[in-house]
Design a protein around this ligand. Sequence first.
Ligand code: DGJ
Length: 729
Amino acid sequence: MVTLIEYYKTFLIYTMKKIFLLLIVFFTCFQVSAEDRKTIRVSTDNTDLILKVAPNGRLYQSYLGSKLLNEQDIVSLPSASGGDASANGWEVYAGSGAEDYFEPAVAITHNDGNPCTILRYVSSESKAVDGGTETIIRLRDDQYPVDVTLYYIAYPKEDVIKTWSEISHQEKKPVMLSRYSSTMLYFSAEKYFLTEFSSDWAKEVQMSTQELQFGKKILDTKLGSRAAMFVQPFFELGFDRPANEHQGDVLLGTIGWTGNFRFTFEVDNEGNLRVIPAINPYASYYELAPKDVFKTPEFIFTLSKEGTGKASRNIHAWARNYQLKDGKGDRMTLLNNWENTGFKFDEKVLVELMKEAKHLGVDMFLLDDGWFGKRDDDCSGLGDWFVNEQKLKGGLGTLVQKVKALGMRFGIWFEPEMVSEDSDLYRTHPEWAIQIPGRKPMRGRYQLLLDLSNPDVQDYLYERISDILNSADISYVKWDMNRSISDWYTALLPANRQGELPHRYVLGVYALLERLTSAFPEVLFEGCSGGGGRFDAGMLYYCPQIWCSDDTDAYERTIIQYGTSFFYPISAVGSHVSVVPNHQTGRVTPIETRAVTAMAGSFGYELDLNLLSDEEKESVTKQIQQFKEYGSLIHNGTYYRLSNPLEDAYALWAFVSEDKKEVLVQGMIFRTEANMVRHCVPLRGLDAETVYRTKDGAAYTGDTLMHAGVLLPKSWGDYYPVSMHFISE
Ligand code: DGJ
């Protein structure tokens, strides 16, 4: 029988237990609600990205748009996201395998085979970094020791946000990653219009726009380390209506990755859009060892309420301030021998080219393909980075001395990532080439790829390239890459880790470029991939200039450069005047028109200047003087697109100096007709009160130029050049 005392004792213990439990529940709830109040704000001067921890402890996007005025409103924001666990919750880094039925940001198969990851908020912090504020947010799975850290750097002045993620874990054995996005962004609008910039060799950056419908649209590449044949690594989104140059809500986004990428756009059943920029998981499952960190590429984006023009200017400013090593530098004029000599040259031929170039005022000579190994055509020699002394008697030193004696600088071409089977390098190290054992390798331009994930390959290339760069006074390197990657297999990794090669290849390229650009900080590295096949923010970090296209036809180049200008600053765009009839199209354009087109880039020539008429030579001298006068304005000024060459009868653009005292307007009128209407085109970005004058004394206020516009010249013949300069006293 239970005594009264025992009864009271049991009752007391029971009550104490209950109180204890209630206290735990109270404190847990208190904690959740404290976290619930956790609001993270990532802001630029005009944009806010607001993230919130929901009562379930997970992190959701509650707002992305124009900057909000009142700090106190941010906590109580109404949210389209629902803000809790549901299929349509706007989870900031949604894991695969849970209740979110749309595309995930991350997919991890854990040690026990479970493919589900649910990330909960742990902590966050912010700190000042160069140009902005960095916010770091830590998330963790509550069932598995998996961590994800989200990084956001907000650049207020440029209105740009750069974001990426890091994935790591402490499970006992490696986990398998099959999705690994840089970030995830959500939008809610009436309609979404996606502009893609598709590409092929000599047809880079062709724009097309489509309305996104329910479901998914994917833009991706599978060429390994270049984009030609697919789409460039950037996109534009117009909200409610197609993006317009001067007005409307627009997002421009780009991924800093010189490898396979994938942009996923998914419109859900409620009409919301999620955007997922990521490395393409195609043939790329990744075994992540405990404590290793998988860092995703950076995604860089800007939101504009003033159309695409403003968005492009934001991205240009950001790239010039933080991404391009010489973002504010001036460029030299250049002569490249490729479109003129191809592989057929010797020292005498080159010196003749240079002499005339010097005479006309060119600063630098670039020796393109064919100076090394056995290289008389594209079937052999790649990998043997030793001077071919049959072509260049006395070696590079003698040639460079002659260049220097003329008062010019010297640059040289490499295609480091490649090997020809007919080369000493391949005969010595066939195992360094990427190929599948037992299969006939796929060749591209008769060549194979070196396995850049292999440190021995990186060391060999570093040694060979630095040897050449140390052997003479070299100011400039053109880094070419003329085929895509196939036959994914590396002798370095075991069977279960072959999927890491696409990722490790790109890291290998970056590691080599990092070593070389650090060892030779004065050398300008220019990127190239059979033209603009590899034009991305990752490559631009090492190569602040990229050869835009092998299509040097001034008319077609205008269209390619128009597309490229949506993302990349003018100084980054390699552009040359070449011979007519043009090598690719047979089109004949005036030399002045070829020059204004090439000046909307890093300006140079790629033809035998000796063969020009006296009149043309005089024009070249003037062009070079003009570039010397305006080069700084072109490369450091603010760029305005004044027409859409795909729709208008002319192409027109302008460079406005930072202090708004000077403006250069250039372009071309495509076709001339009898009794033709002359267009007036409004300028942009001037100071309304300032009086701007032309060289011949005409004066206009900024207000007039921006409203009434400038009158285009009376054209004569097709592809007629336009060049007008205005300056205030
Ligand atoms: C492709 C580049 O785009 C050209 O400019 C030239 O460098 C050739 N490669 C050389 O092989």
